[in-house]
Every structure is written in C-alpha cells, then in structure tokens.
Design a protein around this ligand. Structure first.
Ligand code: ADP
Ligand code: MG
Length: 267
C-alpha cells in the first residue's frame, strides 16, 4: 500500500460509465485516498448534476466559479476565455474548494446553472485543464453518465480512464461503448475497468465475458454505501475501513503501478 510521498509522478484519471453506476462515489473516495499520500489532488467535476462533493465529504453540490472569471475571447480567438488577469493555476488556487484529506474540488459542469452557459463552461474547462501546470496536481475527474462528454474530449486530460460498470445489461452496454474511447482522437493511454455493486464473485466471469476486457478492481454491493448517501455522509467517513475504502486503495495502488505508461517508456 502506498504511503505518504511515494508516488513518482502525476496521475491523471477520469471516471466514466452509465448514470448511477457509482462514478462519483468511487471517484471521490479514490481522490481522498490518493491525497493521503500527502500529494496535491485536484478533483475535476464536469457533471451538471454533481455527486462528487458528497463523496468527497463536503456539504455543497453547487460551487461554481464566479461568472466574471470567464469573459468573451478576442476576435480571432476562442469564443470565451479566462479573464486576462487569471491563469489556470490562479483559478485553481482561488476557486477550488478545500475538502477532507486535502483534496481540492473544482466544478465546471454547473457554471451558473443554465444551459446557455454551457459553452462558456466548456471553454473555461478546456483552458484550465490545458494550461494547468502539468506536474502540480494529480487529477481525478468525474464525468456525467453516458458517452457524450467522454467522447467529446471532456476527459482529454486523463491518461487513464476508469470505466465503472454495474452487472446490469444497460450498464454493460454503456461500458462496452466507452471501451471504444481508446480509439477516440485524444485516446486515453490505458483503460481500467471497475466492477461496482457486485453481489457474488460468480458474476465476474460473465461481466468480463460481456465486456471482452478484464476487470481490475471489484467493489461489492454494500447497503451501507447507499445508506450513507441518504444521510449525506461521505461513504469513506461512514465506513473508513469498509469494502469501498479497501477497493479504492487497491485502485490507487493499481493505477500508480501503471505509471510510467507504455508511451512514456518509449520516449
Ligand atoms: N458498491 C455500492 N453498493 C451500494 N450502493 C452503491 C455502491 N456504489 C454506489 N452506490 C450507490 O449508487 C448510487 C449511484 O452512485 P453514484 O456514485 O452517484 O453514481 P454515478 O456518479 O455513476 O451516477 C448512490 O446512491 C450510491 O450511494
Ligand atoms: Mg455522479
């Protein structure tokens, strides 16, 4: 198990999957356990209906950056840009919310809560992830359900995409589509499949068979995880040594062990 200060390089992961599969629950728990290595972790939320704050252990579900942070761009340039006085690192240091274990949380999916502002949010988002000091933060992203954002590059900061799959027909169908991400233009360099809400070990061969891909981490179905959701307590706080914490620690170790990624070795 990784202890403080033992991660050699920056980890960039994004959690994808069908709505309700458990992306936010897993991503928030993963981010906090990663932060316990004493390294800076930035949780990036692009879901317009955010579930990540609760899993991180903060009592907010809407904490958008202020509206005047994003202004119209220059005539020949992008439609929207960060205000000239700001750069990506300043946006993070000023507006990312402090969470337990030292995680910082930046929300983009719900900027000012209106669909018309989505394009603005999208420009701000891509500028921040593009211009952020690439070595300053481990990045843990939580995407909305489905394939849309993932396929359109909202997760392009990620080296590794964690596909969260429940053992249901629809969830497996979503996951199979998301596996095609490896051929997307921005192509993640590794895909890690996590089976969530598994009720019996016997389900695993069928899941792997239907995905055509091995499952790296299994999270059992646990009524107390859903119960902590209803009580608005982060599952890691409700059950610090429970099955979810153990599985996400396993994922931290697994993901850390994937670095350096193949392409980096080659360069
Ligand atoms: N392993 C699990 N066992 C039981 N309930 C779970 C598990 N993982 C997630 N849940 C519950 O499933 C629901 C959806 O999880 P959530 O993380 O919000 O999914 P997503 O972000 O993929 O939409 C929540 O009520 C959550 O508490
Ligand atoms: Mg969610």
């Amino acid at each position: 198990m990784l202890g403080p200060g033992t991660i050699a390089r920056v980890i960039r992961v994004a959690f994808v999957g069908k709505g309700g599969a458990g992306k936010s629950t897993l991503a928030g728990t993963f981010a906090r356990l990663l932060a316990r290595t004493d390294e800076p972790v930035l949780a990036l939320d692009s879901d317009p209906l955010p579930g990540l704050p609760y899993a991180l252990g903060i009592p907010v579900d809407d904490e958008p950056i202020p509206e005047d942070v994003v202004v119209p761009g220059p005539e020949e340039g992008p439609r929207w840009v960060l205000a000239p006085a700001l750069d990506a690192d300043t946006v993070v240091s000023q507006y990312a919310v402090a969470c337990p274990d030292g995680v910082r949380y930046l929300q983009f999916g719900n900027l000012w809560g209106h669909v018309a502002t989505l394009q603005r949010a999208q420009h701000a988002w891509s500028q921040v992830v593009r211009e952020l000091d690439p070595d300053a933060w481990h990045l843990v992203g939580d995407l909305p359900g489905g394939t849309r954002q993932a396929m359109f590059g909202w997760a392009s900061y990620a080296d590794i995409v964690c596909v969260v799959v429940e053992p249901t027909v629809k969830s497996l169908h979503s996951a199979r589509r998301l596996m095609n991400l490896s051929s997307a233009s921005w192509g993640p360099r590794a895909i890690v499949v996590i089976a969530n809400k598994v009720t019996a070990a016997g389900e695993m061969p069928a899941i792997e068979d239907r995905l055509g891909y091995p499952v790296s981490v299994v999270v059992p179905a646990q009524p107390e995880i859903a119960a902590s959701d209803r009580l608005a307590v982060a599952p890691l706080d409700a059950s610090p040594h429970g099955a979810l914490a153990a599985a996400m620690q396993e994922l931290v170790d697994h993901v850390s062990g994937l670095y350096p990624l193949a392409e980096e070795v080659a360069t």
